[in-house]
Design a protein around this ligand. Structure first.
Ligand SMILES: [Zn+2]
Length: 175
């Protein structure tokens, strides 16, 4: 086969404190980082996700991977290191989920279009623009790097309701 299998990490669930922390910038662009990126893609696919941020595997670092095609199109694999949203336009209101908050799907308001500046695995800066799902995924994942979860983007009422539901599930051993 000759194919190397990357380690699949366990996904950290809410309310783990690492999810509420701002990640540290990545400063070393070496083979270890490349390996970590591969592991993040594998962990994301294993969990059936289209986006994964480093804090979700317990690493408080500014790194996220996205693949809106879910493995179908290698061109759609996006690696964002130290990303920043530099421009946003319009609005979209669509249902969203998060691997760290399984089974919760709620509508969240996001920008319809964003331009993101980020570094690649070699440390080169680049810009990427996205609409629809890619725009939503980039905003969701970059939020993770700031310790912000999608429930934080909902109304206070809805957020409190969900937090209560999660606590109940935890108590029953269902979370
Ligand atoms: Zn998430």
């Amino acid at each position: 086969m000759g194919e190397t299998t990357a380690k699949v990490h366990e996904i950290v669930k809410y309310p783990d404190p690492v999810l509420m922390k701002r990640g540290a910038p990545i400063t070393v662009f070496d083979a270890k980082l490349k390996q970590l990126v591969e592991e993040m893609f594998e962990s994301m696919y294993a969990a059936q996700g289209i986006g994964l941020a480093a804090p979700q595997i317990g690493l408080s670092q500014r790194l996220t991977v996205i693949d809106c095609s879910f493995r179908k199109d290698p061109e759609q694999k996006v690696v964002l290191i130290n990303p920043e949203i530099v421009e946003r336009k319009g609005k979209q209101l669509e249902e969203e989920g998060c691997l760290s908050l399984p089974e919760i799907r709620e509508k969240v308001s996001r920008a319809a279009w964003v331009k993101v500046k980020a570094q690649d695995v070699k440390g080169e800066w680049f810009e990427i623009e996205g609409t629809e799902l890619l725009a939503r995924a980039m905003q969701h994942e970059i939020d993770h790097l700031d310790g912000v979860l999608f429930i934080d983007r909902m109304s206070r009422l809805k957020r409190d309701l969900l937090v209560r539901k999660i606590k109940k599930m935890q108590k029953n051993g269902e979370w």
